[in-house]
Design a protein around this ligand. Sequence first.
Ligand code: AKB
Length: 315
Amino acid sequence: MTKVLVTGAGGQLGRELTAALAELYGNDQVIPTDINENAASLYEGFNFEVLDVMDAEKMAQLAETYEITQIYHLAAILSATGEQKPLLTWDLNMKSLLNVLELAKNKKLDKVYWPSSIAVFGTHTPMENTPQHCVMDPTTVYGISKLAGERWCEYYNKKFGVDVRSLRYPGLIGYKSAAGGGTTDYAVDIYRSALKGEVFECFLKENTYLPMMYMPDAIKATLELMQAPAADISIRSSYNVAALSFSPKEIAESIKKYHPDFEIRYKPDFRQDIADSWPDSIDDTTARLDWGWQPDYGLDAMTEDILKNLQVSVS
Ligand code: AKB
């Protein structure tokens, strides 16, 4: 029987992925964990546990207690926050992944999911339709940790048979919780400003294109990858997956179709350099061929769905 432990369950992706996993397997079969004990309030009816992912002993003990068969290891420090705390970011992102991979090897877990990111790419990477295999020279600590993590995932798969699977997520856009610490997060915050009637101050320039994905597509991609037969998974580092590519100007235009008075101003900061080092768009042919990846949402469909469903308190 599948029994899943999720790390970082209080985060933007963690909340939505945990809900999807609970839908699939049942609340009793999913153990949400987070370092922040306040995340417990999100998980009434679950066996929520406080877990610092650097604590290998506690992680192993939880795996034993709950007879865990799969781990979704989502806890990480993202790109923008990572540049403020480089050594902590490296320690946390790498040690926690190695804790999970060692546990999977020693306890013979069925599967592990670990997200990588478009942050693995860098200044010498082809920027348009970035291929699955190409030059990868990340400029952020977050990107360096994700690239190293990809190598470790492939290593544990090839050397020890750990069934670890991964996606290089683009910027993820959801409305159910606030994002935090990423370079692509302007595309989450912009909808909240629009609904509050505020002028949105964007930390990127108007023509900065980045690969993005609406959260329902990200959840769909993750579950489809995890449910695919192991024989179909040809990439054991991390798959390119694509859905959208747009600039701040284009997302603002999409919002204006529903809120014609919406205004955006541009005040680029240190995150502009990070964004400039990342691809504009991604080639995800291998994911499409291996396990049938296909996104559902375009930019306007996402905007319409978010503006319909996002609740903001206007103060
Ligand atoms: C970030 O901006 O750091 C993340 C990512 C692209 O991995 N959203």
